[in-house]
Design a binder for this molecule. Sequence first.
Ligand code: BJW
Ligand code: ZN
Length: 237
Amino acid sequence: MQVAVLSGAGISAESGVPTFRDAETGLWAKVDPYEISSSDGWRAHPERVWAWYLWRHYMMGAVQPNNGHRAVAAWQDYADVHVVTQNVDNLHERAGSKKVYHLHGSLFEFRCDRCQVGYEGELPEMPEPVETVDPPRCVCGGMIRPSVVWFGEALPEDAWQRSVEAVTGADLVVVVGTSSIVYPAAGLPEFALANGIPVIEVNPERTPLSDSATVSLREPAAAALPTLLQRLPALLD
Ligand code: BJW
Ligand code: ZN
């Protein structure tokens, strides 16, 4: 059996990583998303964007995978599992998942914004958020940026191709912890449904996918995922 898991920020919420769009605790409750996560925002205020990502980089390194990430990794004993994640953390890999495709890049990789060369230098530890930090400079004069995908930027071609193949070739697609509003990632479950592949959504809140999903479970990831495969026959009956 081939299983594709499309994950979003909600799967890491129970590890202590804030989601983006939660009204109370979401990362974007306090900052303007288009200022902090777009190339226009980077050009206008690189020192603000860099400070914000240094803090998130530190936080993501300090937290641990939760039972949701661990369950997805454990499914590899029973199925060919492909994890398509919008998350820039590495919690799926740290839980043991082998096939992980990062649609929105990684916050553990950095590169020059001009010549695109990877950056291997030390990063300052940032346990608390600060307003501004100047980004390091590349030898070419460009600025070092996180290798994440901002609004208006293309997704990494290789990760996108693998994700489309994983989803359209799957026997089951599990969509977990995403608000399903950011495209093109949000279109992947639509490809599956168009091909007659069952889609199970796991999310405590309703999303634009909820009505079209084969099954929509209003449960948090760390509670739902550990028993999901055992519940499949009853859920898809
Ligand atoms: C739980 C839970 C628990 C809580 N258990 N669940 C109209 C206007 C402008 C732009 C567009 C437009 N229409 C389309 C676009 C394009 C745009 C887009 O989709 N915008 C929409 C918002 C309208 N897309 C893009 O720009 C993309 N690129 C593109 O289209 O390129 C075209 C192109 C082609 C060729 C050349 C050039 C260009 C790029 C999108 C990049 C998104 N980047 C970010 C930042 C990444 C870096 C970082 O991490 O900082 O990705 S934005 C942010 O949103 C991040 C996330 O990956 C992404 C999705 O968010 P996610 O994961 O769904 O999180 P939340 O917070 O939204 O939801 C969490 C969910 O979890 C909630 O539902 C909770 O209920 C749930 N939850 N606890 C389970 N315990
Ligand atoms: Zn450079």
